[in-house]
Design a protein. Structure first.
Length: 202
């Protein structure tokens, strides 16, 4: 432990991106991957992370994101910071973290890049409100990933939007049509559209 303390003291004095990153990794191993840490120790650790995370080199922020994505109890503000980072760093948290609530994912899917939306679309469960935002703002790649994700919930609004966007894209329509839970919704959406067209010509 004395050796670790000396290492921490040395790293704490190194304000370079490399030094900040190495300190972040060493503290993460001590607190998050070498349990048990007390609640007080974890609170102090997260306060330190808030200070050094923005200054750490990319590779170390990615390592922290990989660890944080699979840990319960990581504060929401740190998860949002990671989720708003460049996609190489954000992806683990966006895809796997259970600490991000649906409103957080809606915000990230609205404000961040298509790469971020792709990562969110790959989550084990994607709630209907999140799917709606991904369908509205995402690329065809995002729509295809959602369509192939059996854990993505499609609301009637999302189905109507995705059916419209699938027009002329046989590959995308085939992905969507292969889902048993979407077949009836797609058909119903198409019948409603045809009905509206028919009424318009009466």
């Amino acid at each position: 432990m004395r050796h670790k303390n000396k290492t921490f003291d040395s790293l704490a004095r190194d304000v370079s991106a490399e030094g900040r990153g190495r300190l972040l990794v060493d503290l993460t191993e001590l607190v998050l991957t070498d349990p048990p840490a007390t609640d007080g120790e974890r609170a102090i650790f997260f306060d330190i992370v808030r200070v050094i995370l923005p200054a750490a080199a990319d590779k170390y922020r990615r390592l922290f994101s990989e660890t944080a994505a699979d840990r319960d109890g990581v504060p929401r503000d740190l998860l949002m910071t990671l989720g708003s980072d460049v996609i190489e760093i954000a992806a683990p948290v966006l895809t796997r973290s259970r600490g991000l609530a649906d409103p957080d994912l809606v915000l990230l899917a609205t404000d961040q890049t298509d790469g971020h939306r792709l990562a969110i679309a790959a989550r084990t469960i994607v709630a209907g409100c999140v799917t709606e935002v991904l369908v509205r703002n995402g690329s065809r790649d995002v729509l295809r990933r959602l369509g192939s994700n059996s854990g993505a919930v499609f609301t009637a609004t999302a189905v109507a939007d995705v059916r419209r966007r699938a027009e002329g894209d046989d590959d995308l329509f085939a992905v969507l049509a292969d889902r048993a839970d979407l077949a009836d919704l797609l058909a119903g959406s198409m019948r409603e559209t045809l009905s509206q067209i028919g009424r318009a010509h009466v």
